[in-house]
Design a binder for this molecule. Structure first.
Ligand code: SAH
Length: 365
């Protein structure tokens, strides 16, 4: 059963309604404690003890800490969170000079079935709730202190636009209650056209990253099967609409796979698409997953691909992998936990995956 009364689920208005019997400043104290100060309800000392205890019991935390790993030097921090139904999802916090970014999960598993992605290989289990998503951000923000959490990227497990309402509820909360600017929130999508069109109607201009990986339909359908439903032309039209509506620059994610999508022909097709949409490209060598046999492009090939783009005036940056020493790859910590825990496995709904996964990369915000 999914508990929907977790503490980061209700909006401020909904919580205020619940507290209508109490003095009106109680909701201010509760909200300040939870959202500004990052306190557990139990710790909000401005609230009377009895009220604290009652609220804490009625609104439990959504995430329990299964595993927490910090990379050497503390630059990357990764959690495997247990959910109330026994499932588990990951969150990664990354510090850079001048900014700290949290990568959040939006679903347990994923239905998009991209063959090279470990989460895609697992299949879909369930959507996360707004409360489960917001809590990932709050926990990471606390762990980041004294540094300020500056960016949120929806690049963890799952396809955020396939869970639109819960994800957009979280975006509103991250913006309105946690105070991050919309441009510092990045929605990463496999390219769900209806979701992108919906985002174009919203009043929060978040950054949009599209996981393109191929610039011709035949190859893209092979790598990202949903392309059969939303081919590149339709995707480009939706992206154009979003860029015009939001004023945000678009970025394309491109995991370089040796001899598959690292060819000059793909670079040329990609730069044509980028010219039309004035998009930026983030390149990353594919991280190996045992469920997908082809390997990532060598760094020399990555640089060659980048120079083909740069020659055509397409802006392209190479992302570095982060946190490989702590399994900071989406799905990897969960997989290694499941492998080590035998019958007491991380999740009961899925057989323990025994695969390595992609590395968490240097997200561009
Ligand atoms: N479903 C969303 C967000 C989660 S995936 C999306 O597709 O954008 C986040 C990013 O990691 C995507 O760009 C995805 O294509 C990429 N990715 C997945 N598996 C990878 C791998 N093995 N190596 C490199 N990048 C990978």
């Amino acid at each position: 059963m999914i508990v929907t009364n977790t503490r980061y689920q209700p909006t401020r208005e909904e919580f205020a309604e619940l507290l209508s019997e109490h003095r009106s400043y109680r909701i201010d104290q509760l909200w300040k404690g939870m959202y500004e100060e990052g306190l557990a309800i139990e710790e909000i000392s401005t609230l009377p003890k009895a009220l604290r205890a009652e609220l804490a019991e009625r609104f439990p935390a959504a995430l329990s800490n299964r595993t927490e790993r910090v990379s050497e030097g503390g630059e990357t921090h990764k959690w495997l969170w247990g959910l109330d139904d026994g499932d588990a999802v990951e969150t990664v916090l990354m510090h850079y000079t001048g900014r700290s970014t949290v990568c959040v999960s939006s679903q347990a598993g994923c239905a998009m079935a991209c063959g090279f992605c470990a989460t895609g290989q697992e299949g879909f289990r369930r959507h996360l709730t707004t409360g489960e998503i917001v809590e990932q951000v709050v926990r990471a923000r606390e762990a980041a202190l004294p540094r300020r959490l500056s960016n949120v990227v929806f690049m963890g497990m799952g396809e955020p636009l396939a869970n639109y309402d819960a994800v957009w509820g979280a975006v509103r909360r991250i913006h309105g209650d946690l105070g991050l600017s919309a441009r510092h929130i990045t929605m990463s999508t496999v390219g769900l056209v209806p979701g992108i069109n919906k985002m174009a109607e919203e009043d929060l201009p978040v950054s949009l990253a599209v996981s393109l990986h191929a610039a011709t339909d035949d190859l893209r359908t092979e790598l990202v099967p949903i392309n059969a439903r939303y081919p590149i032309d339709a995707l480009a039209t939706a992206c154009q609409k979003y860029v015009s509506a939001s004023g945000r620059r678009l970025s394309f994610e491109w995991a370089l796979i040796a001899d598959v999508n690292d060819t000059k022909e793909q670079a040329i097709a990609l730069s044509e698409l980028c010219r039309e949409l004035r998009a930026h490209v983030n390149l990353i060598p594919l991280n190996p997953t045992p469920g997908y046999l082809t390997v990532g492009t060598e760094m020399s090939g990555v640089k060659q691909f980048q120079s083909w783009l740069l020659e055509r005036n397409t802006n392209a940056t190479i992302r570095r992998n982060r946190g490989t020493d702590i399994d900071a790859a989406c799905g990897q910590l969960r997989a290694s936990q499941a492998k080590n825990s035998g019958s007491d496995s991380v999740t009961t709904s899925v057989s323990a995956p025994r695969r390595r996964d992609r590395g968490t990369s240097d997200f561009v915000d």
